[in-house]
Design a protein around this ligand. Structure first.
Ligand SMILES: C[S@@+](CC[C@H](N)C(=O)[O-])C[C@H]1O[C@@H](n2cnc3c(N)ncnc32)[C@H](O)[C@@H]1O
Length: 184
């Protein structure tokens, strides 16, 4: 309620949204996930259920309350919850000894960011990923689409009605194309 533009939605993600977003990815192959805007941790928990034992999640949120909540609720050595902004992802990764992310998953409301900032954030995100890394996003609006197409060779899309509000889903990667049916 205090930060409507930053949070973007009054409701946490539904299990339908989480399942649709995560289903196409072979999480066994992922060593490090960076999560932008974990909020109350709906996606974080689902990621921990899917990731192998040696993986890591770097969950970055600007809200101290959400980060405290994650630390209290999720006692898992794979999870590093950091209060900070996704804009500083490269410094945050370096601070935690992470060179490249295999996957970034973003719940940030890109449509409410000033265009320059949104472009810089996508640029820095792309540079933080390993060469065949994945960028996943769930968004109320489609403002993120042109930014994804500018940086990634392949952008697959979906839509999940069973969420409040309904959400556009994006799976982006470069350089290799992938098939949703095979997993990216
Ligand atoms: C739409 S909510 C998503 C919450 C959660 N992932 C879910 O699906 O229920 C957006 C989250 O992004 C966080 N946030 C907003 N701007 C941010 C930024 N620049 N860097 C990191 N987190 C940010 C907010 O505090 C909020 O937790």
């Amino acid at each position: 309620m205090r930060s409507p533009l930053a949070v973007g939605s009054a409701f946490p993600a539904s299990r339908f949204l989480v399942d649709s977003m995560l289903a196409p990815v072979d999480w066994n192959r992922i060593g490090c996930v960076v999560e932008y805007g974990p909020g109350t941790g709906i996606f974080t928990r689902a990621l921990l259920e899917r990731l192998p034992g040696n993986a890591r999640i770097l969950a970055i949120d600007t809200s101290a309350a959400f980060i405290d909540h994650l630390r209290e609720e999720m006692d898992d050595r794979r999870l590093i919850a950091v209060r900070g902004s996704a804009d500083h992802v490269q410094r945050i990764m370096a601070d935690h000894g992470v060179e490249q992310a295999d996957c970034i998953i973003s719940g940030l409301p890109f449509s409410t960011l000033p265009p320059d900032r949104a472009a810089r954030l996508m640029d820095v995100s792309h540079r933080s990923l390993s060469p065949d890394g994945l960028f996943l996003a769930y968004q109320m609006r489609r403002a993120i689409a042109p930014l994804l197409h500018r940086h990634f060779a392949t952008v697959e899309t979906g839509f999940e009605w069973r969420n409040v509000p309904p959400c556009h889903l994006y799976w982006a990667r470069s350089p290799r194309p992938f098939s949703r049916s095979d997993g990216p």
